[in-house]
Design a protein around this ligand. Structure first.
Ligand SMILES: [Zn+2]
Ligand SMILES: [Zn+2]
Length: 173
């Protein structure tokens, strides 16, 4: 969705506020697409701060369905976005005065802004719970639902040596 910024950029003292619903229902990132399961309207406000210049700020809340890094279960993550920045009239933009990456001519691209903000707030780790046991390395069973019975025991050679001594002693008795 594009918001026309002509008025706010060209009228001194002008402020424009708007609320809008973003159109996307799925979020696409570097590692897949994730359903947006809840979104609140974007609240956006831009104020003229001088000839051909404006400041914007806004907030938005959305919830995405991600997957646990360990067991792949569905996990809901809340993104509470809060952003601000400066835009300038396109004819003022040059090498020295770079315009906001969200400006397309005299229009502001809301979807690009939201995408950028979500990526900046992307969690480093997604876990269904801090003590998620993950999947069995052998059979792939979700170990949160109980053990699978696979032999994943890696014997410690030092323990094996102690066991031998123990067995030998038992035989003597
Ligand atoms: Zn998990
Ligand atoms: Zn297993």
């Amino acid at each position: 969705m594009l918001i026309n910024m002509t008025n706010v950029l060209s009228h001194e003292g002008r402020t424009e506020s708007l609320q809008c619903e973003i159109e996307m229902n799925e979020f696409h990132s570097f590692d897949g697409s994730f359903p947006i399961i809840r979104k609140e309207p974007l609240i956006f406000r831009a104020s003229n701060v001088g000839p051909g210049q404006a400041e914007y700020q806004g907030t938005m809340v959305l919830e995405l369905q991600l997957a646990c890094d360990r067991c792949l279960r569905k996990v809901t993550r809340l993104f509470e976005l809060s952003f601000s920045g400066v835009i300038i009239s396109p004819e003022m933009a040059d090498e020295e005065h770079e315009n906001s990456e969200f400006m397309e001519g005299y229009s502001f691209n809301i979807e690009s802004l939201v995408t950028n903000e979500v990526l900046m707030n992307w969690p480093m780790k997604v876990l269904c719970s801090d003590d998620c046991k993950g999947l069995c390395m052998k059979c792939g069973k979700d170990l949160n639902g109980g053990i699978c019975g696979c032999d994943t025991f890696i014997p410690d050679p030092r323990m094996a040596a102690i066991k031998d001594i123990f067995n030998a002693n038992n035989k003597e008795v």
